[in-house]
Design a protein around this ligand. Sequence first.
Ligand SMILES: [Zn+2]
Ligand SMILES: [Zn+2]
Length: 332
Amino acid sequence: MMRVMTWHGGDKFTLDQIPDPTAKPGRVVVKVDTIGVCGTDVHITQGLFPSTPPKVLGHEGSGVIVEVGDGVDKSRIGDRVVMNTTSHCGVCSACTTWSESRCENADLTSGMFAEYATAPTQSAVKIPDDLDLEQAALTEPASCCLSGSEMMRIDEGGIGVVIGGGIMGLFTLAFLKRRGVERMIMSEPVAARREMARQFGADLLHDPADGDLSDFVKDHNDGYGANLAAEAVGRPELVAKCVEVVRPRGQVLIIGVAPEGAPLPVDLYDMHYREITVKGAFGRGDVFARTPEEINKLDLSGVISGRYDLQNVPQAIVDSGEGKGVKFVIKP
Ligand SMILES: [Zn+2]
Ligand SMILES: [Zn+2]
């Protein structure tokens, strides 16, 4: 028997004992090492992101393959892996034209707030030998940021802004910088998060309490706005702020998850006149499998701010929602 944390709607969870999973054809069983608590998990329990209970949540897991089903190479047993939440067929319209993570024939990985999870063998992606399993659990959120950052046009010598120094903002900043944005600004009210942004490549740190972000950008850019700005908080007024801080032909990336139904409070005349582009960035696109190598190039020390047992998933979700740290993880 294995332990699994089941969500029953709202903030209700039960710790259940269920039979150990077996590997179906084409799938593997993974002994879960670490699962990140995601903003999406927080939003689901707050009713801000649609999901239907009862359900095992948790989609940012790493672990070791302990069993394989028919058709899967036995040599995979023992592989250290991160789990993608979906597989991709490679032949459907989504796979061939724009995004594997939107595959129309996707097979799902099981919920990971559990001792074991099962995944299509393709979705259990081997990680570099020198990347530890705990840090590897950051792959899923990082992949969304990598995918989003790769949607952006990079202007030579440009300046970029990220609003929000949580895990999504930090990864977005790091990947934009690595893609060639010359200078990156992190705007974040919490000092500890601002400082962590340096570790991820921030050149300039802005505290909203010290003055307006638009003025800050212009002061550091010869009076011009930024080439691009990313919102990584999930507040409509901050997306509007991104529109404000970019220069003509500037680009805005929406990484944060705003509440469903939230309108964008911007002046459409201004967007038209200044030719601003706004892009949504939700998912992993086509980049999940190469994300472990990309995060292995970053200094991830101190990013994991708290570790919880499986029975403390509800507390981890509450703490995560309060923005006390950067990333909380579950160790089943
Ligand atoms: Zn996530
Ligand atoms: Zn497909």
